[in-house]
Design a protein around this ligand. Structure first.
Ligand code: GLV
Ligand code: MN
Ligand code: MN
Length: 399
C-alpha cells in the first residue's frame, strides 16, 4: 500500500496522477519498481517497448515460466491502484517465496507493462502486445498531442523501436496471472474481498471528426448553420440512447474537441472519441456498426461530413478454465465464498491470451470507483489478495 502511494507521486501533474507511456513520470515509477523487484530477489530487465520485467528462477534452469503482472501507466487524473496494485501484489508474492528461501518447479516473471490505458498515443496494450508478439509496427508512426512520434518517444525512453519484435515472449509460459482492482461494485455488494474473473469484455475504440463550417455566432441564421459541435452533441446522446437500449452494451464518448473553440465562433469541426464494449462478440459488432451508422445519419441530416478512424478493436477473451479452477480453490482455501466476475474493463491479459492461458483475481474497491482519484482499497483486502496468490502458486506447484 505504501508502494502504491510512492508510485502515485510519479506523475506529470503536480495535483493529479497522470503517468503516460514513456514519460519522465514513468521513468521515475520504473526505477522504484526495479528496486523493489531486486529486493524481492528478481533479476530485472527493461525491454524495448518499455516494460520492466523481473525474473525469479525456479528450482531448475530451463523450467517453464508463470507470468504475472499488470500495468504502470495510468489514465489522466487517475487513482493509485488501477495497474500498480497488480504489480505490487505480484512482487509481494515473490518476496514471500524469497523470504522462505523457496523456489517453485517453475520460474516466475513479474511484468510491469508500459502501456495498457493508451492515454498518450490512443493505442492500447502496447506493452503486452510487444510481449505477445502482436505489436503493430505501424503504431510507431502514431503521434501524441505534442506531435511526438511514438518511435521517437520509445527511443528517448531507452528502447530500440526497430527491435520491438525481440521483446516477444520465447519459451514455455504456464500462464499469465493478473491481480487488479474490480472497478465495479459486485464484490462490495457481496461483502467479499476478492473474486475470480471468468472473462474480459471486448472493446472497440474510434475517433470521429464532424466537419461543417465555422462562422460568426452573431450573423449566421440558425437554419443556415453547419455546426459541427451540435452534431457531436446529437451523436453523444444517440450513443447513450443506443447503449441504454441494449443491456449487454456500454458505450462512452469521453473526449470532445471543438475547433476553433471560441465563444463567438460556430464550431467548424468537432473531434470525439467513442468507446464501445460488450462481453458478447456479435453484440459488440452490431452495436459498434449501428453507432457509426448513426454518426453518418446525423452528419447527413445536418449537411456535414463525418470521418471515422478505428483506433483499436479487441474481442472478448475468456479466462482459462484450469487457472480459474486453481484460483477458485485458493480463494476457498483462504476461507472465502466464490464470486465469478466478468471484467468490463480491458486488461493486458487480452493480449497475453495469445501466448498463454490467462487468469485474473479481482480485489474489492470502494464503491466500484476507478479511473478516478477516489479509487480506494483496504489493506486487509490487499492482504487477502497476496495470500490467495501465494496459495495459488503452491497449488500450481503441486499440479
Ligand atoms: C482500461 O482500463 C480500460 O479502459 O478498460
Ligand atoms: Mn484502467
Ligand atoms: Mn488497469
Amino acid at each position: 500500500m505504501r508502494r502504491c502511494d510512492e508510485l502515485a507521486a510519479c506523475s506529470e501533474e503536480a495535483e493529479a496522477i497522470t503517468r503516460p507511456f514513456a514519460s519522465d513520470a514513468m521513468r521515475h515509477a520504473q526505477s522504484l519498481v526495479s528496486d523493489w523487484m531486486e529486493l524481492a530477489g528478481m533479476t530485472v530487465l527493461h525491454d524495448n517497448v518499455g516494460n520492466v520485467r523481473g525474473r525469479y528462477e525456479g528450482q531448475s534452469a530451463g523450467a517453464p515460466t508463470l507470468l504475472l503482472g499488470s500495468h504502470l501507466d495510468s489514465v489522466r487524473d487517475a487513482g493509485r491502484y488501477d495497474g500498480p496494485l497488480g504489480v505490487m501484489v505480484a512482487i509481494a508474492a515473490v518476496q514471500h517465496l524469497r523470504d522462505a528461501s523457496r523456489r517453485l518447479p517453475f520460474a516466475l516473471e513479474v511484468i510491469a507493462f508500459a502501456d495498457e490505458e493508451g492515454m498518450r498515443f490512443g493505442s492500447t496494450y502496447l506493452g503486452s502486445r510487444a510481449l505477445a508478439g502482436s505489436f503493430d509496427r505501424r503504431d510507431l508512426e502514431r503521434v501524441d498531442a505534442e506531435g511526438i512520434l511514438m518511435r521517437h518517444a520509445i527511443r528517448d525512453f531507452g528502447g530500440d523501436p526497430d527491435h520491438i519484435a525481440d521483446d516477444a515472449w520465447k519459451g514455455e509460459a504456464l500462464g499469465y496471472i493478473e491481480v487488479h482492482i474490480e472497478q465495479g461494485p459486485v464484490l462490495e455488494s457481496r461483502g467479499l474481498p476478492v473474486g475470480v474473473v471468468v472473462g474480459i469484455a471486448g472493446q472497440n475504440r474510434y475517433t470521429l471528426a464532424f466537419t461543417g463550417e465555422a462562422g460568426h455566432a452573431g450573423t449566421v441564421p440558425m437554419a443556415l448553420r453547419r455546426d459541427a459541435l451540435a452534431a457531436a452533441a446529437e451523436f453523444i446522446l444517440a450513443v447513450e440512447a443506443e447503449a441504454r437500449a441494449e443491456p449487454q452494451v456500454v458505450a462512452t464518448v469521453g473526449k470532445v474537441i471543438a475547433h476553433p473553440g471560441a465563444t463567438n465562433v460556430i464550431a467548424g469541426r468537432a473531434g470525439l472519441s467513442l468507446d464501445v464494449r460488450s462481453a458478447d462478440r456479435a453484440t459488440l459488432l452490431v452495436a459498434s456498426r449501428r453507432m457509426l451508422d448513426l454518426a453518418e445519419e446525423i452528419a447527413a441530416g445536418r449537411k456535414l461530413t463525418v470521418e471515422v478512424t478505428s483506433d483499436t478493436r479487441n474481442e472478448a477473451v475468456g479466462c482459462d478454465e484450469g487457472l480459474v479452477r486453481l484460483l477458485s480453490r485458493a480463494i476457498e482455501d483462504a476461507g472465502y465464498t466464490l464470486a465469478p466476475l466478468t471484467s468490463g474493463a480491458g486488461h493486458d491479459g487480452v493480449e497475453m491470451s495469445r501466448i498463454a492461458p490467462i487468469g485474473m483475481l479481482f480485489v474489492r474497491c470502494k464503491g466500484g470507483i476507478s479511473h478516478n482519484p477516489a479509487e480506494s482499497v483496504t489493506v486487509e483486502d490487499v492482504g487477502v489478495a497476496i495470500d490467495v496468490l501465494n496459495r495459488f502458486l503452491e497449488l500450481l506447484a503441486r499440479r
